[in-house]
Design a protein around this ligand. Sequence first.
Ligand SMILES: *[C@@H]1O[C@H](CO)[C@@H](O)[C@H](O)[C@H]1NC(C)=O
Ligand SMILES: *[C@@H]1O[C@H](CO)[C@@H](O)[C@H](O)[C@H]1NC(C)=O
Ligand SMILES: *[C@@H]1O[C@H](CO)[C@@H](O)[C@H](O)[C@H]1NC(C)=O
Ligand SMILES: *[C@@H]1O[C@H](CO)[C@@H](O)[C@H](O)[C@H]1NC(C)=O
Ligand SMILES: *[C@@H]1O[C@H](CO)[C@@H](O)[C@H](O)[C@H]1NC(C)=O
Length: 452
Amino acid sequence: MAVHQHQALDSKDTASRAITRAYSQTYQTYQYHLVVVAFIASLYGLYYQISGIYREYASRHSKHHHQHDMYFSSSITPPNATELPASSQSNYTKSVFLPYVHQFRTESVPLVWVTVHTGEKDVLIDMPIDTGSTGLLIGAPLLPGIDRNAGTRGCQYLSSSRIVYVGRYLDLNLTFHGVKGVTAETRVPVLIVDKSWVCPWYDPTKHGFECPLGPEGEEPMERDVSRITYMGVGFGRNKNAVGQRTATSWGNPFLNIDSINGTRLGPQELKAGYIVSTKGIQLGLTRENTQEFNFMVLGPGVTHAVDPRDWAMPLMQFRVNGRESIPGSALIDTGIPQMYIRAEDSMPLPEVIIKNPKEGGSPTVHRVKNGTRIAIDFGSSVKGELGETKASYSFEVGQSSLMAPSYVVPGKQEPPPYVNTGRNFLKGYSIAFDAVDGRLGFRPVQTIQSMI
Ligand SMILES: *[C@@H]1O[C@H](CO)[C@@H](O)[C@H](O)[C@H]1NC(C)=O
Ligand SMILES: *[C@@H]1O[C@H](CO)[C@@H](O)[C@H](O)[C@H]1NC(C)=O
Ligand SMILES: *[C@@H]1O[C@H](CO)[C@@H](O)[C@H](O)[C@H]1NC(C)=O
Ligand SMILES: *[C@@H]1O[C@H](CO)[C@@H](O)[C@H](O)[C@H]1NC(C)=O
Ligand SMILES: *[C@@H]1O[C@H](CO)[C@@H](O)[C@H](O)[C@H]1NC(C)=O
């Protein structure tokens, strides 16, 4: 029982069945680390750029892909491209809407219906949509039709949650269930998880497919893999790391829809990208469904040279009690209810230390102080500065308002700034990720409707 409880509390990979009242506190420790680790990983290039040692990074990007300042990109993107990329003139017409299984709520991760085809026995899963990460993990007991030995051995370690997943990579066919019986199909790599442990002392270079005893002879905590379902569909989060075949654009199910209703799509029919709202997921961007969106330009992601659909996190700038940060990156993360914010040294971010509301872990946690006013603006980069604002919002910490996160966790104060808005951002704006043209669009939610 205690084990189950921990699973629900410490990991993002758990299916709806395991989502408990504790969910709103689920990601406390995990996400903080995730933010730091993933942030460092995905802004690898930026760090190089900042420290002036960007040779290696640049050499991994072809000449065609923008120059060194591309992480904050629009200085080399023709301004007109922001408004009307070439491909928006073309004839992409196909799109499928996936409604959420449950009504969107601050407290829980949105789910969609997915059938996993295993050859013999198809399995319907309520699959969590996590825009804050990448990759698909499914516990082996959930897929009884798959041979216990099928696939290529693989293993993932999420240093954020200190969880090791050991299993087998297999390409699987998935069917997403849209409204009125419409379906969308894809085939992507999935890590089928045979074993999983919470393994704080795990060293990926040494320990391979096992979690050894801890330095003091501690037994690692083994997790119940029959409850592991996890679908990361984020952008700006990719890494082409060894053993992480799923954490790429070519492993992202939402970017690899190959048929609708079982009919194979032609090359110019479905534009790779998706809209995330509080109602569901719209797969495939068309001229009609993106009409009301205000788009900003994205820089290329770390694997952009390998897959041009990989884009970096959007640029943003925030104000804390009226004082403005330098530009940094943002993540709009459906996986969590809270916000993470990281300011540079010179930026005062009032903090308090409170008793950890979650059992286990450290006795106290940091929070941004109630009463702090936070305002965030999104926009394309113009010579490293934030250009025209494409979306903005503000709130006072501790006051409930439409888009306010459930609470705000401060990061270590060092540049560059970073914000994970948490899922409540979607209560104010729907977002459209255009993986073909490298844009992120914002459409204000009808507030009258959303207040009822
Ligand atoms: C943007 O488009 C306008 C009208 O089509 C054109 O006159 C202008 O030169 C373009 N600007 C750039 C920077 O390409
Ligand atoms: C779009 O479709 C029209 C009519 O079917 C066709 O004439 C045109 O060439 C197409 N445009 C592109 C960019 O494929
Ligand atoms: C998966 O889909 C491919 C076509 O993309 C098809 O050829 C194959 O038979 C399917 N496999 C299963 C197990 O459904
Ligand atoms: C897909 O199939 C459903 C149910 O059979 C049907 O209602 C729908 O019109 C079809 N959609 C497309 C785009 O073919
Ligand atoms: C902030 O205010 C909210 C609402 O009044 C309260 O529930 C919460 O405990 C406060 N948090 C802190 C860290 O003071």
